[in-house]
Design a protein around this ligand. Structure first.
Ligand code: PAF
Length: 312
């Protein structure tokens, strides 16, 4: 096995599966960190969570880098999604904690009927007859929050993550809690479909000024970035207020956050206060909840969230 300082790059599915099986035969816990690349400190913190995922036992950490076309709608930013494989490999090597990078050229079976293909069911997966047509849907959790404005997103995520699980065969997988709905949906999928994989939710990593790290932040102008700080500020203020005043009305809090974001120049997609596991909206903050926000600053759609445990 390559030293952890220099991850082995694997592009082939069968080679990836064989690599994982060898690591497990050596007594290692295989830990997967799925990403779409263009890595930042937030991803590196997932790697650090992965490196410490198995108390005492040796781990073999795999980072997948794959921009999944099926989770983008044709109107979304697949074509401009940033990528920098060489930079990603350097960053991963610098952690000294990554043993393999899985970077497949394509994870989908493509059709061969020569028809040229059309976007299947509204996603960017251009497919002809004979190609991919199986989808995983987590029916309740994919609805609402990001699912309202991104109708194909979670189906694409659940499907590609299942494919990654089947190829990499990890014992553990790490997801960032910034994508809160995604993390909860993957936990539910693993439970419902009996994947023998432990899912770890890793805490949000923020810039010094509070902006949640995201690959999309590079597209913000300086001015937009400054305005976007209103997201984390309004979330922290809301949590402080909810902890001070028991049983706060969630509608009032949502209105306040939305108003702050609009006044800062953002275009609000949603502000919701939901139960942490079911993601069902609450009227009153009287149990563990999470406030989830999505807003546009310029052409960039940002998401963020904050958990609240009343009484803590
Ligand atoms: O969070 C992401 O980067 C993606 O949605 C994931 C989980 C890698 C699936 O493509």
């Amino acid at each position: 096995m390559a030293a952890a300082g220099e991850p082995e790059v694997i592009r082939d599915k069968a080679a990836m599966r064989a690599w994982s099986r060898r690591r497990r035969a050596e007594g290692k816990t295989v830990v997967l960190v799925p990403t779409m690349g263009f890595l930042h400190e937030g991803h590196l913190s997932l790697v650090s969570t992965a490196a410490n995922a198995s108390a005492g036992a040796p781990v073999a950490v795999v980072v997948s880098i794959y921009v999944n076309p099926s989770q983008f709608a044709p109107t979304e930013d697949l074509a401009t999604y940033p990528s920098d494989l060489a930079g990603d490999l350097r960053k991963l090597a610098s952690t000294g904690a990554v043993h393999a990078v899985f970077n497949p050229p394509d994870l989908y079976v493509r059709g061969t009927d020569g028809s040229g293909g059309a976007a299947v069911s509204g996603s960017c997966l251009q497919e002809a007859a004979g190609g991919h047509e199986t989808w995983i849907r987590v029916e309740r959790l994919e609805v609402g929050l990001c699912g309202s404005s991104r109708p194909v997103f979670f189906r694409g995520v659940a499907t590609v993550v299942s494919k990654l699980f089947n190829v990499v065969e990890p014992d553990v997988a790490v997801f960032g809690k910034k994508d809160y709905q995604q993390w909860r949906l993957i936990c539910r999928m693993v439970r419902d479909l009996d994947f023998a994989i432990e899912i770890i939710g890793s805490e949000i990593v923020r810039e010094a000024d509070g902006l949640a790290m995201s690959s999309r932040n590079v597209h913000l102008s300086r001015e937009e970035r400054e305005k976007a700080l209103s997201i984390s500020k309004s979330l922290v203020n809301a949590r402080t207020s909810a902890l001070k005043n028991s049983n706060s009305a969630s509608q009032h809090m949502k209105n306040q956050i939305a108003q702050t974001l609009s006044e800062a120049g953002g275009r609000v997609d949603y502000v919701e206060i939901v139960e942490q596991e079911s993601l069902v909206p609450v009227d009153t903050i009287d149990r563990p909840v999470v406030i989830c926000v999505a807003a546009w600053f310029g052409k960039v759609r940002l998401i963020d969230n904050i958990e609240i445990h009343p009484g803590s």
